[in-house]
Design a protein around this ligand. Structure first.
Ligand SMILES: Cc1cc2nc3c(=O)[nH]c(=O)nc-3n(C[C@H](O)[C@H](O)[C@H](O)COP(=O)(O)OP(=O)(O)OC[C@H]3O[C@@H](n4cnc5c(N)ncnc54)[C@H](O)[C@@H]3O)c2cc1C
Ligand code: FES
Length: 498
């Protein structure tokens, strides 16, 4: 009988545990960084190199959130993004984006080598491909544009994939790695420079020079919000960067791919392989995006990538299934730098559109330069204060309409209406006396009941059947079965009833 897949990220499952202390004092530092993903830990490393004393506060465990749940391709190949950037901005801005990615990739290589980080960093070519003739012209355009931008890209006809493609854009000399081990390894270098990391230390309150957790605080010259999306209402990024969730699976397969692949059509398939310590090759595959909390799309998109992997790569068992989220900005470029439009409040980095490893590293380089009062030429594109209504108007309207629809109706009515109807393993949102409850009946027949109303801005939560979490379609907050915040921008837990 096929073993049940683990509902955990393959990367997190194959990385050692970290055990940093919980903040339990009132500290002072030069800079405090909220969030220990790739952005937070790389920023800490780069600031430490400048002799700056940093404190990193991580709500859970470092490296295990969006970063440790990704497919971990480290590449300047971002689908068809360069033509989008040229269209929404211009060729010069697309060039800035390309340069930032190449520097991000080089910086990951440099840090891995310098600190001898055990993270399986391997050189690999990256391909954007299509199996549909109607997309060939887009690929030709992307290859031509990438070439003009100085990227090592060219159009090819053949790949090692076990099916015929119509064409592909090949980016040479890119890389793949183990993301959780990379962040853990990089974090380990910080103590020698007098920097401190605290885990299980969620920041609940913040001001430009002071942050507070449940059991301590840190006063600093500046606060870096490396929390994937800035917390709460900071900078209003929740109205300008929009969340998507994606299914991810890992499975042992026979073929080791030398390249990393993503198609341009829908359904979407992105694949790379990783050599497990047990000697087996594992495929890591992600699929089509959907709105967080849309259980039907989640299940459909998982079934789709599982079938695709079985049919094309002969996968017999799926070992891991998990979901991940990322934010796409209204104009497709990330927001990095000083957050507010008045004054200089927080340093932020968000809107990586599924490509936050090179972008996140480039973001850390920009944040270092801003803190050091050094000009950074990439700010011309990434500037977090920019407002480009024309470049992103249609996306803003569409996303705002979906938030309004959620606030009006939520996910009510899509499941059986009474708690008694839920079978073990099922969940649903229920309305009693005008209040909305998120109810899950576990495999042992125990009910877990929390408020179904997101503590960020009141949207109704939806069920993530894979990770067993309550997820918010509006701005991407995620909550555990007991109501604990797993992902912002929310910081307040859900009211728990059972
Ligand atoms: C399915 C999928 C696959 C992807 N694959 C790739 C890929 O192959 N290549 C690529 O370049 N990008 C990829 N990405 C994108 C990439 O994973 C993200 O853009 C990137 O990891 C974001 O890094 P981060 O440091 O901003 O966020 P995170 O890694 O999530 O770090 C933020 C940290 O902040 C902490 N935090 C949040 N709130 C608080 C608080 N209140 N107090 C303290 N700490 C807090 C969190 O716990 C977390 O650890 C993928 C995304 C998805 C959805
Ligand atoms: S994340 Fe904003 S309302 Fe839920």
């Amino acid at each position: 009988m096929e073993q049940r897949p683990k509902n955990e990220s393959y990367w997190n499952d194959t990385a050692r545990q970290t055990n940093y202390p919980t903040l339990s004092a009132d500290l002072e530092a030069d800079i405090v960084i909220i969030g220990g993903g790739i952005v937070g830990v790389t920023t800490a490393r780069l600031l430490a190199d400048q002799g700056i004393r940093v404190v990193v506060l991580e709500a859970q465990k470092i490296g295990r959130q969006a970063t440790g749940r990704s497919t971990a391709k480290v590449t300047s190949q971002h689908g068809l993004l360069y033509q989008k950037l040229e269209h929404k901005f211009n060729l010069g801005q697309a060039l800035i984006y390309a340069e930032a990615q190449e520097y991000g990739l080089a910086e990951i290589r440099r840090l891995t080598e310098k600190y001898n980080i055990d993270c399986d960093l391997e050189q690999a070519d990256a391909y954007t491909y299509t199996c549909l003739a109607e997309h060939r012209a887009e690929l030709e355009k992307e290859a031509g544009l990438a070439g003009k931008l100085g990227l090592p890209a060219s159009l090819v006809k053949d790949t090692e994939l076990p099916f015929q493609v119509v064409g592909a854009v090949l980016y040479e000399r890119q890389a793949s790695f183990h993301p959780t081990r990379y962040v853990i390894g990089l974090a380990e270098t910080l103590a020698q420079d007098g920097c401190e990391i605290y885990e299980n230390s969620a920041v609940l309150e913040w001001e430009p020079n002071l942050v507070k957790t449940r059991s301590g605080s840190v006063k600093a010259k500046h606060v870096v919000m490396a929390t994937h999306l800035p917390l709460g209402m900071v900078g209003g990024y929740y109205t300008r960067a929009f969340p998507d969730a994606e299914p991810v699976i890992a499975a042992p397969i026979k073929q080791k791919l030398t390249g990393m692949y993503i198609n341009v059509e829908t359904p979407s398939y992105s694949i790379r392989t990783h050599q497990h310590e047990n000697g087996q090759t594992y495929a890591i595959v992600t699929g089509t995006r959907y709105k967080p909390g849309d259980t039907v799309a989640e299940q459909k998109n998982f079934a789709d990538i599982e079938n695709w992997l079985r049919q094309n790569f002969g996968a017999e068992t799926i070992s891991h299934r998990w979901t991940n989220e990322d934010y796409t900005s209204m104009d497709s470029a990330p927001f990095v730098g000083w957050s507010s439009t008045i004054g200089e409040d927080y340093l932020v980095a968000t809107g990586f559109a599924g490509w936050g490893l090179t972008n996140g590293t480039a973001a850390a380089m920009m944040i270092r330069d801003l803190i050091m009062n050094k000009d950074n030429p990439w700010q011309e594109l990434f500037n977090a204060k920019r407002i480009k209504p024309l470049a992103g108007g249609a996306k803003v309207l569409k996303e705002s309409a979906s938030v309004v629809a959620n606030l009006a109706k939520g996910h009510l009515g899509t499941h059986p209406q009474v708690t008694e109807d839920l079978l073990p393993g099922e969940a649903g949102v229920r309305k009693y006396d005008g209040d909305k409850f998120a109810v899950y009946r576990d495999e042992e027949d125990q009910l877990h009941i929390v408020s179904a109303v997101c503590t960020h801005m009141g949207c109704v939560l939806g069920w993530n059947a894979t990770d067993k979490t309550w997820d918010c379609s509006c701005h991407g907050s995620r909550f555990a079965l007991d109501g604990t915040v797993l992902h912002g921008p929310a910081v307040e837990p859900l009211q728990r009833y059972r």
